[in-house]
Every structure is written in structure tokens, then in C-alpha cells.
Design a protein around this ligand. Structure first.
Ligand code: NAI
Length: 515
């Protein structure tokens, strides 16, 4: 264990949103903390923010008055950079500007002791570049906290090209000792979370742009079927559309316009209109007092089928079969029969046959295409994190499919106590498409050596509170299924954006797991 001893002093530069939060974390862990900012007013505000936070903890019984006072007593405001000389770890959280950061780090080199670590909380600047012109670039590391730092569990430890592995280990162990979930990551654009999360927003925007579903329906499906705490549009409104758009643009440019990260015109228009989200009172939703939140499209009650036939073998279907049985339906466990029409089913296709139509788990193609391919009416249904707990399911019918068949599919899920959102026939529907693309992005980050599969899951579960890490989730869905979804999306759109990660392809060929 190489964590910094609590007797070692820590310094934080920048008393804004992030700096103040990091000061609180380090002081709570027992360190003497020096806080410097070029603005006296910012220090006043930062310290006031810490006091409010700690008082709330006292009110909630998490700490007592004495502890609160002791934490505040450990924080020392500084008027000049040279006051930070005793610190063994300096965390910079100033304005996101490479020249200003470089100049501060260069000044620090002459102030701090030889063994001090220089960390940056930057979310988008290369750690390699910050360190490049210093006398000792090997002691520079990224410590990327998430907002609000005292609450969000994740810290990404970013390795620049020159970062000494012992320096990174000390940063890692120290953050872990501070109660954080910590992951190592190579200095690459977006690091882990800001890269792997891009499809959460960008695929939702594309589904909206193509008329697949409206905003409240996409958000509700992501929450009520996907198990995420917030839908993409709700989250973009919380983050701020300007901030979210600028992260997307910076990742897109940093990867030399890889179509995976292409920003969306809908978001550009929101920003241009000043519809920044909660902070401006209007974003994808209206936050003015008294404004009603629009509701997801939900189908009216329809009669349930009395009998279903199970198609394909997929453990994902088990809870649906159980619920259908509890709802009194007759379940024919037919699977694949040599002499039956069902034999045309290729491996991996799964779902139900109801009367004369198929109700299939989305494979990333449209139900229209599937209807044509199978020569039978087909309706696709969406992925759920847990089909038992899911309160809503999205379904989409092929253009050739009758309304009567659609009503039977609606009635099937309603009998299982689900609300049903009938959406347009967009490939991959909502949850399946977004989760497949998140897993794909995580897999590519692993393939490119940014972090480990476990690192991806820890980062996404703790940095953005995903209900399940995308690597584990892909494994649970079945890697071959994810690969099929991605291939179908790529075929449908003819876009490189949906190319599947070599990590997934190799694992499917080899019959191996990715986590
Ligand atoms: P902020 O704007 O709230 O605070 C920045 C502070 O730095 C200001 O108080 C400013 O007076 C001070 N400052 C500017 N130049 C300085 C200098 N040369 N020396 C000392 N102090 C100086 O910014 P925020 O949001 O706290 O971000 C800070 C850093 O953390 C940025 O690098 C940002 O990318 C990163 N970050 C931000 C997150 C967020 O959600 N806001 C999340 C994770 C990282």
C-alpha cells in the first residue's frame, strides 16, 4: 500500500465546484489541506460550499459537530502558490485551459519538494501534454473526480506517457483510502466515462431525430426498462446542454471525427436557442414553475393472448415465460423443430410466436426487415435490465404487420404487468440499441488498452451510476447477440459508426468472455 499518509499535507488549486469538493474529501480523510485560488472571492465561495455540505452531513447524522469542526480546521486558505510548499500531493482544479495549467504546473515544480505528486483534475486535456515541458513529467498524473466530488464515488487515475507507475499507484491508493472507487486509465480523449457514455446521449438523439420515439418515451424506456436512474434527455438537461455538447464535440474532434462520436444537430439547436436545461429553465423539458412534464406514449389496454410458443433458447426470456405462465397463458416450449417452419430461425433469434406472428427480442434490425426475411409478420420488443422488474417495454411492428397483431403483442406485455410504448420501427429499438453501443464503446476502450473490462464497469457504475457495467451487461445479454445487433445497425445505416469492436468479434469467434 502506497497511499499518502494522513499526516501528509494535500493542496488543491482552484476553489470552484470541483476544487471545493476535492478539498472536502481530502480534509475529511484527515489531511491538512491547503487551498489556493487566484480569486479571493472564489475561495470564500468554495469554503462556504464546504460548510453547507458538512452541515448537511451533521443534520443527517453522518458526522457530529466535533468532526465537522475538525474537518474545517484542517483546511487552510492560501494567498499565493508558494504557500503550498509543504504539500506532498497537489490536485489542480482550475480553468480547463492547457496553457494556464502548464504554467501553474511549471511554477509548482520550483515550489514543491522533490517527492511531491502533481495531479490534475482535468476532464478533457491530455495528461501527457500537461506534463510534457516540465523538468520532471514522471510525477504528473490525472486524478479525475466527478461532480459533486464528495458524493460521486469514482476517481479515474490517468496515466500520461511519462507518468511513473509508482506515482499512479500512490494516487490510486490514496483515492481508495479516501473512500473512492478507483480505476486506472491511459490518457486518451474522454478517458473512460466521458468516452464510454457518449452513445447514451448520441443514440438517444438519433432515435429522436429519426422519429423513432419522442423524448419522454425514450427517457421512460431507459428508466423503466433499462433501469437507469435518469433518461438521456433528463440527464442532458441536468448536466447542461452546452456542457454536454461541448464534451461531445471535444471527444469527436479528439478522435479525428470518428463517426462514433458525431454530435447531433438537435443538440446544437438547443444550445443555439439557449435551451441549456434546468439551469436556463428550458431544455428538452420545460422547468418553469407549473410546467407539466410530458408523458411517455403508452398503449391503451388490449386483450391478452391465451397461448404463446417460445422461440429460441435464451436465458433472458426466462422471466417473461414465468410471468406469462403466472398470467395464465399456455406456454408451448417448442424451441426448434426440424419439420416446422420455426427451423428457419437462425441461431440467437429468440422470442415468442403468438397466433400467426413473431414477437422477437430486438437484434438491431427493423421488424420490417425481419418480416420480409422470415416471411411472417414480426414485431420486435426491447431489452430490459430485468424483465421481471421492468415497468415498461417498447415494441415496434414491421410496416407490413397488421394492427390486430400489434394489439396482441401489446396485450401480451400488459398481461405481464408492463406498460407498453409502441414506437416506430427503428433498428435496435431504444434500450437494446443504447446498451449495445455502450458495450461496444467500452469494448473498444479495453481493446485499445485504455483500461481493463473491470475498469470500464467500475467507472460507469460509479461515475454515472449505470445500473450495470456495460461489459458485464454485454456478457449477460450474450456477446453474439450484441455482435448481431451491431452488425445489423451497421448494415441498416451503412455507417462506420456502428462497426463492432474487435474485442467483441474475437470473443465471439473464440467463444470467450470479455469480463
Ligand atoms: P470552476 O470554474 O468552478 O472553478 C475554477 C476555479 O479555478 C475558479 O475559482 C478560478 O478562479 C480558479 N482559477 C482559474 N485560474 C487559476 C489559476 N491560474 N490559479 C488558481 N486558480 C485559478 O471550474 P470547475 O468546474 O471546478 O472545473 C475545474 C477543473 O475540473 C477543470 O479542469 C474541469 O475540466 C475539471 N472537471 C470539472 C467537472 C465539473 O463537473 N465541473 C468534473 C470533473 C472535472
Amino acid at each position: 500500500m502506497t497511499a499518502l499518509s494522513p499526516s501528509a499535507a494535500v493542496a488543491v488549486i482552484g476553489a470552484g465546484t470541483m476544487g471545493a469538493g476535492i478539498v472536502q474529501v481530502a480534509a475529511t480523510a484527515g489531511h491538512r489541506v491547503y487551498l489556493f485560488d487566484t480569486s479571493e472571492e472564489a475561495i470564500d465561495k468554495g469554503l462556504a460550499q464546504i460548510e453547507i455540505f458538512l452541515e448537511r452531513s451533521v443534520a443527517k447524522g453522518r458526522i457530529d459537530d466535533d468532526e465537522c469542526r475538525a474537518i474545517l480546521d484542517r483546511i487552510h486558505r492560501c494567498n499565493k502558490l508558494s504557500d503550498l510548499a509543504p504539500a506532498k500531493l497537489v490536485i489542480e482544479a482550475i480553468v480547463e485551459n492547457i496553457d494556464i495549467k502548464r504554467s501553474v504546473f511549471s511554477d509548482l515544480e520550483d515550489i514543491l519538494s522533490e517527492d511531491a505528486i502533481l495531479a490534475s483534475n482535468t476532464s478533457s486535456i491530455s495528461i501527457t501534454e500537461i506534463a510534457a515541458k516540465l523538468k520532471r513529467p514522471e510525477r504528473v498524473v490525472g486524478m479525475h473526480f466527478f461532480n459533486p466530488a464528495p458524493i460521486m464515488k469514482l476517481v479515474e487515475i490517468i496515466h500520461g506517457l511519462a507518468t511513473d507507475s509508482q506515482v499512479a499507484e500512490t494516487a490510486y491508493d490514496t483515492a481508495e483510502k479516501w473512500g473512492k472507487k478507483v480505476v486506472h486509465a491511459k490518457s486518451t480523449p474522454g478517458f473512460i466515462v466521458n468516452r464510454v457514455a457518449r452513445p447514451f446521449y448520441s443514440e438517444a438523439l438519433r432515435i429522436l431525430q429519426e422519429g423513432g420515439a419522442d423524448i419522454p418515451t425514450i427517457d421512460s424506456c431507459i428508466r423503466e426498462a433499462g433501469g437507469f436512474r435518469m433518461g438521456p434527455f433528463e440527464l442532458m438537461d441536468l448536466i447542461g446542454n452546452d456542457v454536454n455538447f461541448s464534451v461531445t464535440k471535444s471527444v469527436y474532434d479528439a478522435y479525428y471525427q470518428d463517426p462514433r462520436y458525431r454530435p447531433n444537430l438537435i443538440q446544437q439547436e438547443q444550445v443555439a436557442a439557449g435551451r441549456l436545461g434546468r439551469k436556463s429553465g428550458q431544455g428538452y423539458y420545460d422547468y418553469c414553475e407549473g410546467a407539466a412534464k410530458p408523458e411517455a406514449i403508452t398503449a391503451d389496454a388490449a386483450p391478452a393472448p391465451s397461448e404463446i410458443t417460445v422461440i429460441g433458447v435464451n436465458p433472458l426470456l426466462a422471466p417473461l415465460i414465468e410471468l406469462a405462465s403466472e398470467a395464465g397463458m399456455t406456454i408451448n416450449e417448442k424451441v426448434i423443430d426440424e419439420n416446422d417452419e420455426i427451423e428457419i430461425f437462425i441461431e440467437g433469434m429468440c422470442g415468442f410466436k403468438i397466433d400467426n406472428f413473431y414477437l422477437l427480442l430486438s437484434e438491431g434490425d427493423t421488424a420490417t426487415e425481419k418480416t420480409d426475411f422470415l416471411g411472417k409478420p414480426t414485431i420486435n420488443f426491447d431489452l430490459a435490465l430485468d424483465y421481471k422488474a421492468a415497468a415498461r417495454i417498447a415494441i415496434a411492428k414491421g410496416d407490413q404487420v397488421s394492427k390486430d397483431d400489434l394489439l396482441k403483442a401489446v396485450g401480451f406485455f400488459q398481461a405481464l404487468d408492463k406498460k407498453v410504448s409502441v414506437i416506430d420501427d427503428c433498428p435496435g429499438l431504444i434500450v437494446m440499441r443504447i446498451v449495445s453501443m455502450l458495450s461496444n464503446e467500452g469494448s473498444d476502450a479495453v481493446y485499445q488498452g485504455v483500461t481493463s473490462p473491470e475498469g470500464i464497469d467500475i467507472a460507469m457504475e460509479n461515475g454515472v451510476n449505470y445500473p450495470r457495467g456495460p461489459m458485464r451487461w454485454a456478457q449477460d445479454i450474450g456477446l453474439d447477440h450484441i455482435e448481431t445487433v451491431l452488425c445489423n445497425l451497421q448494415n441498416f445505416y451503412g455507417e462506420d459508426r456502428y462497426r463492432s469492436s474487435p474485442l467483441i468479434k474475437r470473443a465471439v469467434y473464440a467463444g470467450k468472455t470479455i469480463i
